[in-house]
Design a protein around this ligand. Structure first.
Ligand code: UD1
Ligand code: MG
Length: 446
């Protein structure tokens, strides 16, 4: 069976009050719409259409960043969800099969649910709508069930009578029908409602009037959460985090205080890894087996090797690879760097644009001075190097294998293998000067 997916993502998201399109608001570290698309990636749809409108160039850019291969349909005037689907149909002139309509603001659907919806639409040769029951229907459309148990119509909250508002069975917005049916029914939808919009939901009443079957497939209310405002986004984030923690635990990661760990959409924590309290994962982090991320660390765009220890209070930024069995300690920031096996950077250091070998020790308070005010430069540090505490490594620079730098040095030139480099002014001790100085001060204070 051929499938086309139509993602509606043209809306401005007025209720969100953000200055970016609603579908770009982040959930679990990636834009809302990416979650929706991920759900249908397994369907192997032959056609994938995204309806864009408000700031569509920003949304297209985001699709490109995530490597998502979609055809875009431009909805210049946002006249409603039915109008948005009609715009998508113009991109489907060469398609026959089932069309799955999804909303970019509905992130938690599961692939299994979507598959059952497609099957139900096919079996009914009609329209299948995904519904859910909730004690708090707030502003969702309500599914009105007819005497025969089938779906009779959908009424939007704004247009509902008080008895219709007491219905707890709601519309998720996701529906499936053949493209032929959509072509037949959509032109019949009129904007005769409180919002003066072309409502996709009206398709059900129109289908029924023509004897076309409309069926409901139910899902859990958490799957159907639609995000329209900042508070709904915050609620969705908490639902996302709950799920991500559950999945990490089920996969064998040890979370010491699960409720305090913040995950991203794509965080990968291997079984046998330990995550301490209050750890925050930005996008694209991979933690290997046996690694330990200690409390209050913030990681983004990096991988942590087997049995490595990071934190507490470490900040690992994009482009960083931390080798197996290395130790990254408190108040260490690392950016765009590769750290070898068994290397230690334990305290208060900044490592930027560096490649560091194996079994090297970077002393407390070391700074990789990678920026000259205009450009970034790289530093290479070999294997079994000892960087003394408080060393300033002014890039571009190469420190050879087995080299040592003296504490407090400002290293501006390359250091050959096995050399000791001292780059600081010589110490002068002045006997009894301390006493003299104190006497002079006391005299001055009189
Ligand atoms: C919609 C449903 C409602 C359902 C709810 C579930 C309609 C009329 N109402 O309401 O029954 O309970 O979702 O979350 O469908 N969009 C466009 N072009 C437009 C209008 C909207 O692309 O002209 C897109 C939006 O970007 C959004 C999606 O369609 O991703 C849904 O629109 P939204 O305004 O959020 O509809 P709801 O009021 O949530
Ligand atoms: Mg919505």
């Amino acid at each position: 069976m051929k499938i086309a997916t139509i993602l509606l993502a043209a809306g401005e998201g007025n209720r969100m009050r953000a200055n970016i399109p609603k579908v770009l608001c982040p959930l679990g570290g990636v834009p809302l719409y990416v979650h929706a698309i991920d759900t249908v990636s397994e369907l192997k749809a032959s056609h994938r259409i995204a309806v864009l409108g408000y700031k569509s160039e920003l949304v297209q850019q985001s699709f490109a960043e995530f490597g998502l291969d979609f055809r875009f349909a431009e909805q210049r005037k946002r006249l409603g969800t039915a109008h948005a689907v009609s715009v998508a149909l113009k991109e489907l002139t060469d398609f026959e099969g089932q069309a799955l309509v999804m909303y970019g603001d509905t992130p938690f659907l599961t692939t299994g649910t979507v598959k059952s919806l497609i099957d139900a639409a096919r079996d009914a040769s009609g329209v299948a709508v995904l519904g859910f029951e909730t004690e708090n229907p707030v502003r969702y459309g309500r599914l009105v069930v007819g005497a025969d148990g089938g779906l009779e119509r959908i009424v939007e909250h704004k247009d509902a009578t008080s008895s219709e508002r007491s219905i707890k069975l709601c519309n998720s917005g996701i529906l499936c029908a053949s493209v032929d049916l959509l072509r037949l029914l959509l032109p019949r939808i009129k904007p005769s409602n409180a919002a003066a919009e072309y409502y996709l939901t009206d398709i059900v009443g129109i289908a029924r009037a023509r004897g076309i079957r409309c069926v409901i497939v139910k899902c859990h209310e958490d799957e159907a959460i639609g995000v329209n405002s900042a508070s709904e986004l915050a609620h969705a984030e908490s639902v996302f985090q709950r799920g991500a923690r559950r999945r990490a635990l089920a996969a064998g990661a040890m979370l010491k205080a699960p409720e305090s760990v913040v995950f991203s959409f794509d965080t990968r924590v291997a079984d046998g890894a330990t995550i301490g309290p209050n750890v925050v994962f930005g996008a694209d982090v991979n933690v290997a087996n046996g690694a330990h991320i200690r409390a209050f660390s913030h990681l983004e765009g990096c991988s942590v090797g087997e049995n490595a220890v990071v934190g507490p209070y470490a900040r690992i930024r994009p482009g960083t690879i931390i080798g197996p069995s290395s130790r990254i300690g408190n108040f260490v920031e690392i950016k765009a760097s590769t750290i070898g096996q068994g290397t230690k950077i334990q305290h208060l250091s900044y490592v930027g644009d560096a490649t560091i070998g194996d079994r090297t020790n970077v002393g407390a308070g070391t700074v990789f001075c990678n920026y000259d005010g205009e450009r970034k430069h790289r530093t290479r540090v070999g294997n079994e190097v000892f960087i003394g505490s408080g060393t300033m490594l002014v890039a571009p620079l190469t420190i050879g294998d087995g080299a040592i730098t003296a504490a407090g040095s400002v290293i501006t030139d390359d250091v050959p293998d096995n050399s000791l480099s001292i780059a600081r002014s010589r110490q002068a001790n002045k006997p009894d000067y301390a006493d003299r100085l104190k006497r002079l001060r006391t005299a001055g204070n009189r």
